[in-house]
Design a protein around this ligand. Structure first.
Ligand code: NAD
Ligand code: USQ
Length: 405
């Protein structure tokens, strides 16, 4: 297949490009490199030394003999170029990662809220309109999030996108299928909820073939392909805005920094290893809906864990200390989460679980590059509201942060 990978320079996008290229697909990376600019804005860098995208593509050609094509294009701001690109390249599939993906970044200031909504919603809508207008017949696979559902403890498993309900009508009860109600917990997660409505409209109105992957928190760093050469290494975010919880605990353990549990750590979240993430995308690509079919929605996760249990697990493995800190986010102190992922299991996903070997691999990568870590950027200081912000202090050593009683 000829596959356009939008956002292919990112944390999930890059290993996906390598995985699909290794399978013989013709891969085109489309990215505006905004994520690299955001590192500059925040004054942080990936734990791992990332080469330029052009250099990464050159190394992949040397290692595998396969060509990766790179196109610098902003989906949100360059609608006409995007449309012309689709007409010129006629991809069979489009994988859409190209959004601002950090909840803390999206809540930093009003400017960051506006940027996240403008970037993410415009990117998705421009793509949909351009796909219709260009007349290409491509399967669109979008990376959405488990966070569209919210994390309430309803006690029943979260289904894969749709909920069967009964409504009362004057002539009796009628069955209906609706999108599972959204309850986003940040401006970023809200943009993914808005994306869902855009997909529903374009599937029903224009017959676009769309798959939306509601992904959990991705952890790990290496895949089979990124291990093939030092310069193919994936990005690894550790800072308080872009670092995600399990990866952060692992690097914190590696640099002897207390594990930063927010609140009581009672939040339960869905997780997936990066190797499974790229495999799921491959499975979804090969299971495209027909034109006129409703949007296919998969829950792309393999297990759920409570944040404090993860901290205890990492602490046990590495002798790290655990710090219970004021939570900068507005979120339930405790929640349960049961999630269905039957569709991927039926398609052949063999889940990678939180094996000690894989956890240790991330700690080893972090130790190797520990000299690149700026400890002052570890604390999560972006607050959901001003009063929460006043409780959060930045301390490079993580020692004097106020603890929650
Ligand atoms: P990332 O920030 O590392 O990568 C996103 C890429 O998209 C970057 O290379 C960025 O430059 C590019 N991009 C952003 N806006 C663009 C635009 N307007 N035009 C062109 N390119 C643009 O993020 P990631 O961790 O790789 O996540 C990829 C996708 O998966 C995101 O949509 C995210 O919401 C979703 N997701 C990620 C996780 C996770 O844990 N990382 C979990 C669930 C879902
Ligand atoms: N947390 C801590 N300590 C930390 C960092 C986070 O306790 O040092 C807590 C947070 O308060 C939250 C949970 O861990 O309760 C998860 O936070 P996170 O930053 O790991 O994940 P989140 O903000 O939800 O976002 C990440 C990705 C996003 C993706 C989402 C999937 O950045 O792109 O959509 O995971 S999900 O969480 O399933 O919605």
């Amino acid at each position: 297949m000829r596959i356009a990978i939008l956002g292919g320079d990112g944390f999930v996008g890059w290993p996906t490009c390598l995985h699909l290229s290794a399978q013989g697909h013709e891969v085109h990376i489309v990215d505006n490199l905004s994520r690299r600019w955001i590192d500059t804005e925040l004054g942080v860098q990936s734990l791992t030394p990332m080469d330029s995208i052009q250099e990464r593509c050159r190394i992949w050609k040397e290692v595998s003999g396969e060509v990766l094509h790179f196109h610098l294009l902003d989906l949100a701001k360059e609608y006409e170029r995007l449309k012309a690109w689709l007409v010129d390249h006629q991809p069979d599939a489009v994988i859409h990662f190209a959004e601002q993906r950090a909840a803390p970044y999206s809540m930093k200031t009003d400017r960051h809220k506006v940027y996240t909504v403008n970037n993410n919603v415009s990117a998705t809508h421009n793509l949909l309109a351009a796909m219709v207008e260009s007349g290409i017949d491509a399967h669109l696979v979008h990376l959405g999030t488990m966070g569209v559902y919210g994390y309430s403890s309803v006690g029943a498993p979260i289904p894969e996108g749709y909920l069967d309900i009964e409504i009362d009508t004057p002539t009796g009860k009628k069955a209906q299928e609706v999108l599972y109600p959204t309850k986003p917990g940040s401006v970023y997660h809200m943009t993914k909820s808005l994306d869902q409505i855009l997909f529903q409209f374009y599937a029903q109105n224009d017959g676009l073939r769309i798959t939306d992957l509601h992904q959990g928190i991705v952890w790990g760093t290496h895949t089979d392909q990124t291990r093939r050469h030092d310069q193919l290494i994936n990005r690894f975010d550790y800072d308080g805005d872009y670092g995600t919880v399990l990866n952060r605990f692992l690097i914190q353990a590696a640099i002897d920094y207390p594990l930063t549990v927010h609140g009581t750590g009672g939040q339960t979240r869905a997780f997936i290893h990066i190797q499974d993430s790229v495999r799921c995308i491959e499975l979804a690509l090969n299971d495209a809906p027909e034109a006129g079919e409703r949007v296919k929605i998969f829950n792309q996760m393999t297990e759920t864990h409570r944040v404090r249990d993860l901290a205890e697990l990492v602490a046990k493995l590495t002798d790290a200390e655990v710090a219970y800190l004021p939570n900068p986010r507005k979120e339930a102190p405790e929640n349960d989460l049961i999630v269905k992922n039957d569709q991927f299991l039926a398609l052949g996903l063999d889940p990678t679980t939180l094996a000690e070997g894989l956890l240790a691999e991330v700690v080893d990568v972090a130790k190797k590059y520990a000299h690149r870590i700026d400890r002052s950027r570890v604390p999560a200081v972006s607050a959901w509201t001003k009063d929460l912000g006043s409780r959060v202090e930045r301390d490079p050593e993580g020692k004097s942060l106020k603890s929650v009683s």
